[in-house]
Design a protein around this ligand. Sequence first.
Ligand SMILES: Nc1ncnc2c1ncn2[C@@H]1O[C@H](COP(=O)(O)OP(=O)(O)O)[C@@H](O)[C@H]1O
Ligand SMILES: [Mg+2]
Length: 164
Amino acid sequence: MNLPLKYLSNLPAETEQIAEEFGSMVSCGDFILLKGRLGAGKTKFVSGMVKYFCHANDSGNIVTSPTFSLMNRYFCGRDKSNKETIIDHFDFYRLKNVYDLENSGFFDSLSSDSITIAEWGDKIDFDYTNIIKNYYFEVSITVKDADSKFTEENLYREIIIEKK
Ligand SMILES: Nc1ncnc2c1ncn2[C@@H]1O[C@H](COP(=O)(O)OP(=O)(O)O)[C@@H](O)[C@H]1O
Ligand SMILES: [Mg+2]
């Protein structure tokens, strides 16, 4: 697949499906930054990725935003190359300072073989990209309105996936 990729999603299940497809491009040591307003579907996207890596039928019940703990860890078993896959899912919406960041395990995760995913990673105001072990992907989810009426049913998502 060639990057950047651009998708339209009309349903939460479509966002999950797009994330599952993207999962096949991701490997251990990669970092994925998720951008988008509250309710854009960032956590839904993570849920699709966990579904892909953990071979779960319905990850909807297990993937929730780690808003208070800052990080949720998913042990996904072995991947194609028999490597143990761990997904570290961060949400920095409530991040207060660099001590919280340090304590969250973010730096450890980035420099490890885990797949690191961060919602609101753009709230971190210094450059951590040099410790990313493998590739750095950015996923931007934008809520759009199909027409000017702007009800929830008229909203769809544009999802852009880039490699930094
Ligand atoms: N196309 C879509 N993709 C993802 N979520 C959608 C979509 N359409 C509606 N939704 C709803 O929007 C919400 C997204 O929630 P969530 O994934 O927690 O967002 P975020 O983590 O960005 O705050 C869910 O309630 C979901 O059902
Ligand atoms: Mg979220």
